[in-house]
Design a protein around this ligand. Structure first.
Ligand code: ADP
Ligand code: MG
Length: 346
């Protein structure tokens, strides 16, 4: 029997599974629905996501990766178990080889938690881990094994990670807990303050995707937004423009720009010069925000490209990395490095 080899992107917004020889086989929101009483899992992925903001009090819908690595171990394990079971189908007896992406700066305790949860969920031991930006770069088909500097910036729901990579190693990296979620929150707060309208996070995200941009668009766009009037408590629809959204999310985007700058500053000159030549590659769903590449060009002076299929690069890279297990293992911080290294900002 052949062993399945899969890469898992355990994102804060979406979980994806890439299978060698097949490609992306599963793509679901990183959401789990549980009973309030005994934490039994009732739905996972898109089915659970559909319950967000609509579920009865007896069920809670949680995003196990929300702000950090593993917010809740058992829920994460349940999510992994579901993903692995779905991919394995009836081949349950043969444990798959699994590579899971983890954020830069993950502590050894957090690494162990992900590894244990993956193994408990049915992966062959030892489950492999790969730093997210390295997976993103491999998935974006950058030749990261070469002795040149390659820079990626991955913008997810809960985090943005920037790194310069050379010979499969992270030369300089930075991770900030600012991603698409913060942009959604900023939009929801603005709509409440400016229009006295309360909207949920899903609605705010729809606004961002529909008309959001990092810089003013050549032609302003607008969309109708439905929410609950703060005063009357009744449903009401307002119009929001791209130009408003651009202003509302500037502060969050500035923090991402700062993180990218920090990485460039820490990069040795030869590798920085490679990055100047080749440019920065953007991955993750947040990379799809219009004009974000342009904003980064303006703020860093470095050319920027959005990767093809940006939201799937990490999963694809994690799967492909199973061919390079030895070198990838070396790119993970060791127990000691993880202890002295910078922990994830809280
Ligand atoms: P994670 O790695 O945290 O799971 P993803 O890489 O899947 O996150 O990206 C999810 C984020 O990308 C969400 O915040 C989502 O709103 C955002 N996103 C997806 N598409 C777009 C778009 N077209 N414009 C702006 N943001 C987007
Ligand atoms: Mg991600």
């Amino acid at each position: 029997m052949i062993t399945k080899r899969i890469g898992i992107d355990l994102g804060t917004a979406n979980v994806l599974v890439y299978e060698r020889g097949r490609g992306i086989v599963l793509e679901e929101p990183a959401v789990v629905a549980l009973t309030e009483r005994d934490n039994a899992v009732v739905a996972v992925g898109s089915e659970a996501h559909a319950m967000l903001g609509r579920h009865p009090g007896s069920i809670q819908v949680v995003r196990p990766m929300r702000d950090g690595v593993i917010a809740d171990y058992l829920i994460t394990e349940a999510l992994l178990r579901y993903l692995i079971a779905r991919v394995m189908g009836r081949m349950r007896l043969v444990r798959p080889e699994v590579m899971v992406s983890v954020p830069v700066g993950v502590t050894s305790v957090e690494q162990r938690a992900v590894r244990d949860a993956t193994e408990a969920a049915g992966a062959r031991r030892p489950a492999q881990l790969i730093p997210e930006p390295l997976a993103a770069a491999i998935g974006a088909e950058l030749p990261v094994g070469s002795p040149r500097g390659h820079m990626v910036v991955d913008i997810g729901g809960g985090r943005s990670e920037a790194a310069v990579i050379s010979m499969f190693g992270i030369v300089a990296g930075d991770s900030v807990r600012i991603g698409g979620d913060r942009l959604n929150e900023a939009i929801a707060q603005y709509v409440k303050r400016r229009h006295s309208l309360v909207i949920g996070e899903r609605t705010a995200e729809e606004v961002k995707v529909a008309i959001g941009a990092a810089l003013p668009l050549a032609r302003d766009e607008a969309t109708g937004v439905r929410g609950r009037d703060q005063v009357s408590g009744l449903p009401r629809t307002i119009i929001v423009r791209s130009s408003e959204v651009v202003g509302v999310i500037q502060e969050q985007l500035a923090a991402v720009v700062q993180s990218v700058r920090r990485v460039l500053e820490q990069t040795p000159p030869e590798l920085a010069s490679d990055v100047m030549d080749r440019g920065i590659v953007l991955t993750g769903g947040g990379a799809l925000l219009r004009q974000l590449d342009e904003l980064l060009v303006q703020e860093t002076g470095v050319p920027v490209h959005v990767a093809d299929d940006a939201q799937r690069c990490v999963a694809r890279g994690a799967g492909i990395a199973l061919d390079h297990i030895d070198v990838i293992a070396r790119s993970m911080p060791t127990e000691e490095e993880a202890l002295v290294g910078q922990p994830l900002p809280r």
